[in-house]
Design a protein around this ligand. Structure first.
Ligand code: AMP
Length: 290
């Protein structure tokens, strides 16, 4: 496996692959890799000639009171995991080279961000699309792999790619979970023992909502209320949001129609956790972008 830290070298490598007609599968991450990330790498490995994974904890997507400084990092361990998954290039850019000066041009996301995490994390998705625009230009992917765990992020990246005509196919990858249902996340290490015991109830709350839909409940307000009650009665977490919206447009709906997302964010003392289910109107798992 080739480790590249320089921007120029990364772009040169990608251009070479392009010239040779090789497809590039790209997996952008913030590191502290877990089985969820590995699933993205495996999928990329099976569908492309070359696999590039990046690790960059992007300061632009963290708010002033968020966890940028204490975000977990372990480069050596990440290198081993990437190697194990037959990644061809691990791209580890330096912050100073990614953001040398104050940005003279910024990208502002207008749609799909006034709900869910976008509403709570001001500027977060502007930071996400900024770094991805740079990473896409450096890695020139044929296919880019994103987890449905961050379904709003995928919806926003979809908007970025279509708005600015990136010649990239986005590949959504289903959320990988612990055996007890907790969605894998680098932030799970922050949970106290007691919080870790409660955290699987978030997935159970989503499943409870799904069951209501399968059993015929059509009113989003009732479903959201039941999911909130379920979380409140099973955990000590503080609910940030529970929302039911259309997906991937992320618009409010007053009846179940087309593809929908049931999504939640809950603050524990150790970490803020997010999770979601993407469903069709009958309540079946859908896990697609469109
Ligand atoms: P992160 O390092 O948290 O920025 O995540 C990098 C990529 O991995 C994103 O596309 C995430 O959606 C994806 N990802 C993170 N956790 C999971 C998971 N449990 N299952 C599937 N994909 C995931």
């Amino acid at each position: 496996m080739n480790i590249i830290r320089s921007i120029a070298e990364m772009q040169q490598f990608s251009k070479q692959c392009q010239r040779r007609g090789q497809s590039i599968g790209f997996v952008p991450t913030m590191g502290y890799l877990h089985v969820g990330h590995e699933q993205l790498m495996k999928r990329a490995r099976s569908e492309n000639d070359i696999v590039v994974t990046s690790i960059f904890v992007n300061p632009l997507q963290f708010g002033p009171n968020e966890d940028f400084d204490r975000y977990p990092r372990d480069e050596q361990r990440d290198i081993e995991i990437a190697k194990r998954n037959n990644v061809d290039v691990l791209f580890l850019p330096h912050q100073a080279e990614m953001y040398p000066d104050e940005q003279g041009i910024t990208i502002e996301v207008r749609n799909r961000t006034d709900v869910l995490c976008g509403q709570r994390r001001e500027g977060h998705f502007n930071g996400v699309v900024t770094v991805l625009t740079k990473l896409f230009h450096l890695t020139l992917p044929t296919n880019a792999y994103f987890g449905l765990k961050d379904a709003q992020q995928l919806a926003v990246v979809d908007l970025l790619v279509s708005t600015y005509n990136f010649p990239i196919k986005l590949v959504p990858v289903p959320t990988v979970r612990e055996p007890d249902g907790l969605a894998m996340s680098s932030r799970n290490v922050y949970l106290t023992e007691k919080e870790r015991m409660e955290a699987p109830f978030l997935y159970q709350a989503l499943k409870h909502g799904q069951k209501l839909i399968i059993d015929g409940e059509k009113n989003p307000v009732n479903i959201v209320k039941e999911v909130i009650d379920f979380i409140d009665s099973n955990t000590h977490g503080k609910i940030d949001y529970v929302e039911l919206l259309s997906y991937p447009d992320l618009l409010p709906i007053d009846k179940l129609e087309g593809q929908i997302i049931l999504a939640l964010a809950v603050h524990f003392q150790g970490a803020r956790l997010i999770d979601n289910l993407i469903l069709d109107q009958e309540g079946n798992i859908s896990e697609q972008l469109k």
